[in-house]
Structure formats: C-alpha cells, structure tokens
Design a protein around this ligand. Structure first.
Ligand code: ADP
Ligand code: ZN
Ligand code: ZN
Length: 726
C-alpha cells in the first residue's frame, strides 16, 4: 500500500494523505480524490509508506489523470520554493503554476489541431460565384492554396464567412495529428539583422560567453538604445543550438507589434501567452513549449511558469515594471522568480530596462549581476531634452498652462505630434459644490468619486461603484456643482475646443479596453491620423512614437509628496520612460513637466543628471533610511468591517514578533487607503537587515497566526517584499 501526499486547491498549508492500490505514482502527476462531499483535482507531491493518520481510515485516490508528470523536476522545485519563500499554501501555489484547463481536468496530452479544408464540392467551385461575398471568396481562395488553422481563419476572415461556407457545404473541418518532432529549427532564418554598435556588441558577447551556465545580466540601456536588438542577437545563438527562449514582458507591453518583431527576425512561430487567450489556447502554448515545439515563448507575469524541454535563455523586459508583482493570492514577483528559475535551469537571465528597479540596480552595483550598459541611442531616435515649467500663480486651462499651449501650437504647426500625460482617468477627480464646498464621496471607501462625463456617472476608482451625476448638492441643495482638477476626458474635450483643426486621441484603460483596440490606436497614431495624444500609464510602456516632438506631463506633484517611499522611484521611471517615447534624429523632442515645485531636488537631479544618477542617489537615501534594498520587508494586511478587529488581529501578530532579534515591527497603522468597499484597512510592517532572519521568524510564527480566532473572522494577507502600500 502506498501513501500519496497530494497538493490540493485548499487554502491549507499541508499536503493531504490518500491510499493508492498500485505502484507509487510520480511526483507531479494529477489525481482526482474525494474531499469531504466533493471531488477535487490535485497533484501528487510526495509519496511514502507511512502516514501520521490512521491508514485504514484514509480515502483512496479515485483516478490518475496523467501518464507522466505535468511539471518537470525544476518546476516542482520552483513551486516548493514559492510556498516556502512567500509562506503560501502549496496547493494554491501549484494551482497558480498550472494552466486553468489542467486545473479543470483537461487532458495534458496534445490534442490534434483543427483546420478548415475544402470539401469535394468546394474544390470545384468557381471563385466568381462568391463575388458578392468578398470575405467568403477570400477564405475560399486561401483554402485553395492550403488548409487553414481554425483560429487563424476566424481572426482573418470572420466567423460569419466561415459559417456561410460551411452551410453551403463548400468547406469542412479536419483535424491533424501534431508532429512528434519540433520542426522550427529547420525553418529558422535570420532576417534584416543590423550590425550591432560597439556597446551592443559588448553586451551580446558577454551574454553569449555564458550561454551554458547561470548568470544574471542587467541590460541597463536608455530608451531606444537597442536593448531589443541585443535580445534578438543573443536569442539567435540560443535558437541555433536548438534551445528555447522565454521572454517576459509587462502586461500592456504585449502587443502584436512586439511579437511581430521576434517572428519576423527568425521566421518561426512564437508562442504568445496573454490575457486574451482562452483556456485551451493557453494550454496549447504550454504543451508546445513543454515539448520544445516552440523556440520562442513570450508572455506576461504568469508565463514564468511555462515548462521548457530545452531551456536556453530567460529574458525579463522592462524588469522594473510593477505588473510583474502579483497583488493578490500568491504575491510573487515574476522577476525574482526568474532569477531562481534561471539558476535552477542553469541558464542565463537578462533583465532589461532603461530605468532599472533600485533592487536590481543594487544587485548590479554590488557585482551580483553583470552590469551591461547601453548609453547611446541606436537607430534614428534621439533623446528628448527635459525641462520643468513653473505653474505657480499661472492660470490653467483644463489643466494646461498658457505657455504650454503656445508651445504645443508651435509643434503642431510644424506637422509634429504632441503627447500629454496625465495620471487620472475620467473627466475630473471630484465633484464639488461651489456654494458650500461639499464633495461627493464613495460611502464604501471614503474617497471622492471621479466624474465620468461621457457615461454621465460618478464612479469610484477604488471599488468600481457608480451613480448618476447629481444635479444638486446633497448638503445645501445648490445647483452649482463644479468639477475639481482635471482628468483625461476633460483634457481631451478642452483641447478639442482649443485646437479644433487637429485630431486628438485618448489612450487610457477606459478607451483601450477590448481586443486589439490598443494596437489599432497605436497604428492610427503612427499613421499620423491624430496629432494630439492624451493618455495615462499606457503611454509610458514600450511604444515608440517617432513623430512626437513634445511630451507634456501635467501632474507630478502628488507623487513628490507621497507617503509611499517608492513613489519617487516610480515617478522617476515614469518621467524617463515618457521622455523616451518621442523623437528621431532629424526631429529631436522636448519634454516639459508642469509643477508647483520646480526646485524640488528629485526633479532637478533627474532632469539635469538623468535616471542613473538619480537612482544612485536614491539608493544612498534608502541606505540611510534602512529601506529596501538595504533591508527586507514583509507586510501583514488586515481588513474588516470593524476597525477594532483589524487592529486587534495585527496587534496580536506584532506581539509575536516583538521579541525577535533583528526583526523590527512597525504598526499596526492604517493603510494609505484607510477604507475600501466598506472595510477598514490596517497594516503591520516587519523589517530586517537580513532576509534570512525575517524568513525564519515568519516561518516559525505563521501557523500560530493562522490559529488566532480573528484569523477566520477577517480578511488578511501576508505580502513578502511588498511593493504596494495602498
Ligand atoms: P530599446 O529596446 O532599447 O528601446 P530597440 O532595440 O527597439 O531599443 O532599438 C531602437 C531602434 O533602433 C529600433 O528601431 C531598432 O530597429 C534600431 N536599432 C537597434 N539597434 C540597431 C543597430 N545596431 N543598427 C541600426 N539600428 C538599430
Ligand atoms: Zn468606493
Ligand atoms: Zn452645497
């Protein structure tokens, strides 16, 4: 009799013991087991011939779902590391690492691939008979040349055309068995490879020198310095050895344009893992990567869990991006996990950024990572000059100073594009009564509602609740309600009235929602259909706008005075990234920042000396203040309907750590956002100069904490290496 210890999707820190009538199962195989009245799918994590429970009372494994493990030994190790480091239940870690389709019990074997093909009748049909249905005609014409993948047919010709042809019995479905052997290596080409400049050549040869071993590189290159080109040339060597490359990119940086660059260079299929895929499509990329049928896999955060049969290189692009840190459930950082994975796989890892995170920079400066620098712009881009604009006592029109409007006008008249950045979606941050000063707040979060004029709604950006814009003041019943501050919508409207001869486009998470919408917008900008671009964070990520010569940043003052110690770092990254979006050699750009504090040392340092100077100074400041990366943190968060419960729970935790050597405790204090969705929010911050002391202390106490009575009554979480203190 074998005892099988199974990782189950249950928020408990343990494995569950089952009996199995047969020979021992491999670690990493999925099984179906009874759990109370339910049936669950879990993963075999350990096997044994004993149990601490009465063996005769253990239930039996009901079914074994896989012939061979779905995780390779390294992914199994990574899961165990995650559970241990983030103090997270192993069952939930395993779930996070698994594609949804496998969690639901789908077969892990690769399925035959489905194609559309011509029916017997279709083969003899004359194209001209479809002249009035151009899409159907185009599809039929394509099928006369070769069978078409179903997903490809749908995206290129539309579901309606397919349906019509099926109904006319001209096309039919066939499935083809997938090939057993990877074929991409035979199709590999190298197209339009530029000659690397000196800095690039050095970076490439440093990486190539370490292709068969672990090594971590920080590719620290200003925007447009040719980092992607360095990736491409390093990837080329890896692919030529028949090995695979996994590339992580930030959430909104993953556009078809990005993917196209890799596809085009090497002429091979690229596996893309993005949020738009359905469960089966995601599983397919996972399987093809696991069997090395894909040479290149690109994806966002969770792609770090993609198995590779022949791993050769890991790349994390824009490694400073905050989307790499998961903010709920298993709060892992994909960049940090990439370091662990590269070490386990014994392959190199390249972290690329124009604005490295202070953590990463610190590792490069201390020699832990190899620091590769690109300080010249490659290709035909040139860096924008940077300036501050003092807006004290200046009248503002929809948030823009008169002097800036004049500058915009000059650039527009020269046929250039202008980009305005603002941190707020919506029309205005708040609605205020002009008579009595009353501001409409969300009841659940105690924060002002944002005015969305187009939807005619007040919406809370913290909990999403919404209500119609009121006509009168709740407090004094005056009709004079005015919008305070400026959001993207109001800016767009104001500019449209001020510059009626130019077209403007707004890019924020409201307007860019929907499949391929962002990509269409980016194309229309590069085709010069719009002259004025208005946007939020999305504009700062990865896209280059060669015809933009003026970048205007409207509101940075909030971040200069934030209580969050990372705000300065994030602001500096944002400003530098925005400045890097613009210009080309013959059309250099300029960037202007509107501020009430033009002499602020951070702004001055950044603008006069650049990001890397700023970052070294910021690292010194962190050192003096004992803040990360010069110390290590863990954050307990609690939220409850009663502030007292949240406080008491964290207070009990604080007591557990109060006598631990080398670990200090700050709190409980209210979170930056004290109330959200009707819950009071509190935090307790643990900090230590030694990562190991903090890890050990939490490891010793976590079960005790879970056994507190309040732990079951309120919502709480533990965030190791927290990034977000809101
Ligand atoms: P980054 O990733 O650092 O933003 P890219 O790799 O996208 O930079 O390069 C910026 C531009 O310069 C691109 O248009 C790219 O094709 C071009 N480029 C990069 N390296 C070279 C080179 N060695 N020779 C000519 N053009 C280059
Ligand atoms: Zn709210
Ligand atoms: Zn009023």
């Amino acid at each position: 009799m074998v005892i099988i210890r199974v990782a189950l999707p249950i928020p408990k820190r343990q494995l569950f013991d089952y009996r199995f009538d047969g020979k021992a199962l491999d670690i990493g195989v999925r099984v179906a087991v009874p759990f109370g009245p339910r049936k669950l799918i879990g993963v075999v994590w350990e096997t044994s011939d004993q149990s601490v429970w009465d063996i005769s009372k253990l239930k039996f494994i009901e079914a074994v779902l896989d012939d061979s493990p779905i995780f390779d030994p390294i992914l199994i190790k990574l899961c165990s590391w995650l559970a241990q480091y983030y103090k997270h239940p192993i069952g939930d870690v395993v779930q996070t690492a698994m594609p949804v389709a496998l969690r639901k019990g789908e077969s892990s074997q690769e399925k035959p691939i489905e194609f559309w093909t011509l029916s017997h009748q279709g083969q003899t049909t004359d194209l001209s008979s479809l002249s009035r249905a151009p899409k159907q005609r185009a599809l039929l014409e394509a099928l006369q040349k070769q069978d078409c993948l179903k997903s490809k047919a749908k995206s290129e010709f539309g579901a309606a055309a397919i349906k019509a042809l099926v109904e006319k019995a001209l096309v039919e479905s066939i499935s083809k068995q997938v090939s057993q052997e990877p074929t991409w290596q035979q199709n590999l080409v190298v197209r339009d490879k530029p000659k690397a400049n000196v800095e690039q050549a050095i970076a490439i040869s440093c990486i190539e020198a370490k292709l068969d071993q672990y090594g971590c590189f920080l590719l620290d290159g200003i925007t447009g310095s040719g980092k992607t080109e360095v990736y491409l040339q390093a990837i080329e060597q890896v692919l030529k050895q028949g090995k695979q490359v996994l590339i992580l990119v930030p959430e909104i940086g993953l556009t078809p344009q990005t993917v196209h660059r890799f596809k085009y260079r090497f002429g091979i299929e690229v596996g893309v893992l993005h949020s738009g895929l359905n469960n089966n499509e995601r599983l397919q990329v996972w399987q093809q990567s696991a069997s090395a049928k894909l040479g290149i896999i690109i994806g966002t955060r969770s792609a770090i869990f993609t198995p590779m049969l022949k791993p050769g290189l890991l790349i994390v692009d824009e490694e400073h991006d905050s989307s790499y840190k998961q903010q709920d459930g298993l709060r892992y950082h994909a960049r940090d996990l990439a370091v662990i994975r590269a070490r386990e796989e014994n392959i190199p890892l390249v972290l690329g950024s124009a604005t490295p995170a202070l953590e990463t920079l610190n590792n490069a400066l201390s020699g832990k990572y190899q620091h590769l620098k690109l300080q010249q712009r490659a290709g035909n881009a040139s860096l924008a000059t940077q300036h501050v604009f003092d807006i004290r006592q200046q009248p503002l029109k929809f948030g823009v100073a008169q002097g800036m409007l004049e500058r915009m006008s000059q650039h527009l008249q020269q046929g250039s594009q202008v980009m305005l950045f603002i941190n707020r979606r919506g029309y205005a941050p708040a609605l205020m009564c002009h008579q009595c000063g009353f501001v409409e707040h969300c009841k659940h979060c105690d924060k002002p509602y944002t005015v969305h004029k187009q939807l005619y709604k007040l919406q809370c950006h913290h909990c999403g609740s919404a209500k119609p814009i009121p006509k009168t003041c709740q407090q004094c019943h005056s009709h004079e309600l005015v919008s305070m501050g400026v959001g993207t919508e109001q800016l767009e409207q104001g500019l449209a009235e001020y510059f009626p001869q130019y077209s403007s486009i707004r890019i924020d998470s409201d307007s860019a929602r929907g499949k391929n919408k962002l990509d269409k917008m980016l194309n229309s900008i590069n085709n010069n259909e719009h002259q004025i671009l208005i946007g939020t964070q999305i504009l700062s990520k990865g896209h280059h706008f060669p015809n933009v010569t003026l970048v205007l940043i409207l509101d940075v003052d909030g971040a200069l005075f934030s209580a969050d110690y990372r705000a300065a770092e994030h602001l500096a990254q944002l400003i530098t990234q925005l400045a890097g979006r613009a210009g080309r050699a013959e059309k250099p750009g300029e960037m202007w920042l509107q501020t009430h504090d033009p002499g602020h040392p951070l702004l001055q340092d950044l603008i006069n000396n650049g990001y890397s100077h700023f970052a070294q100074y910021a690292l010194l400041e962190r050192q003096h203040a004992n803040l990360p990366p010069h110390s290590f943190q863990a954050l307990f968060k609690a939220q409850a309907l009663s502030a007292r419960d949240a406080f008491d729970f964290l207070q009990q935790i604080a007591q557990l750590f109060s006598h631990v050597d080398g670990v200090s405790c700050l709190g409980p204090i209210p979170a930056l956002m004290e109330k959200r969705q009707g819950h009071f929010r509190m935090q307790l911050l643990l900090q230590s100069a030694q990562r190991s002391s903090l890890q050990k202390a939490i490891g010793q106490q976590i079960q005790q904490i879970e056994s507190f009575q309040l732990a079951n009554k309120i919502r709480w979480s533990l965030d190791i290496d927290p990034q977000d203190f809101t």
